[in-house]
Design a protein around this ligand. Sequence first.
Ligand code: 7TS
Length: 407
Amino acid sequence: MTTFPIERIRADFPILAEKIRGKDLVYLDNAASCQKPDIVIECMNHVYRHDYANIHRGVHTLSVRSTDKYEAAREKVRDFINAESSKEIIFVRGATEAINLIAQTYGKANIKAGDEILITAMEHHSNIVPWQMLCEQTEAVLRVAPMNQVGELLFDDFTQLLNEKTKLVAVVHMSNALGTINPVKDIIAAAHAKDIPVLLDGAQAIPHIPVDVQTLDCDFYVFSGHKLYGPSGIGVLYGKQAFLEAMPPYQGGGDMIRTVTFEKSTYAALPHKFEAGTPAIAEVIGLGAAIGYLNGIGMADIAAYEAELLTYATEQAKQIDGLKIIGEAKDKGAILSFTLGKIHPHDIGTMLDSLGIAIRAGHHCAMPVMEFYGVPATARASFAMYNTKQEIDVLMEGIKSLIKVFG
Ligand code: 7TS
């Protein structure tokens, strides 16, 4: 921990110097969206000041500059997750759009009445609702692998649900409501043994742990830029080339075509086949800058530092009478969901805000998880690489003071 350059990192994030209600900001809502380093803000600023034009269509200098930077960002993403080819990197709006894309292209082409899609009990709504919509359209069936009380997938139950009707497994890599990191290598191996493709929802995992899609051997991996210290409005769908080649396009329009006549259109090669219309140009380039920044620190070091933060926060939280941690999986990322007896999580959130502490209170877009634990909502502190033990102390003091107020 001593070697992690925390002071330098904090200095790179201008918003961390903000005062909130007269107090130093303690930003612990990183699972919802995390803050941006100067290098990302300045990179996008630079694009708009010096490089901006539409991409892939102009012969003029600015269009060439924009296109080169946009495609360089795609290569940075490829390298970051170790995809084999940049053709496998599709820019979308975020994890949500990526999952909808798979459901409506791969899903519609390959999943029929009576087929099954297997998810888990700890999915975010983004990895539930698109499959329910597909099931309504196709009369396929959504199956749900259960978890235990600490929030770990029941792996034997999961494997027993894999059968000849299962056409796709879609699993969260790291749960946003519980922090659970799923045994995705084993999940993928078990599914592949039955020739079933696997989609991983990496929205939460990607900023916290190194991800190598070739080592994992997942067929699809999705994430959002805004949780990875990059801009909002941009995300990534990784798909194995053979799958993407075989899939029909998602949306039709400019940039995704090869030829168009009124009788018939033909489609562009990968990755452009899935990128209809003018994309989020500056945001993609900004995401590339965020990845460059993370590479400079190292994902393994980030994971180690955050593991120490989580251990510390968990130890401190357990000393508070009446605080119940929701989600205590053995393999867990830097998320602390909790309840405080009868104090409503929204009151916890509002009280902490008055102390300058930002957490999320609610169902975290994981209502089935809340139902499983019999709570309407939890309070959630979610950590990033720029958080410190001192900030965790401030959080714990805040929780103790609000327990006194609410009794
Ligand atoms: N999957 C998981 C596991 C997530 O945590 C989220 C967002 C998404 C998908 C959707 O990502 P989006 O960028 O497309 O919206 N999770 C949260 C959260 O925990 N609080 O706010 C958003």
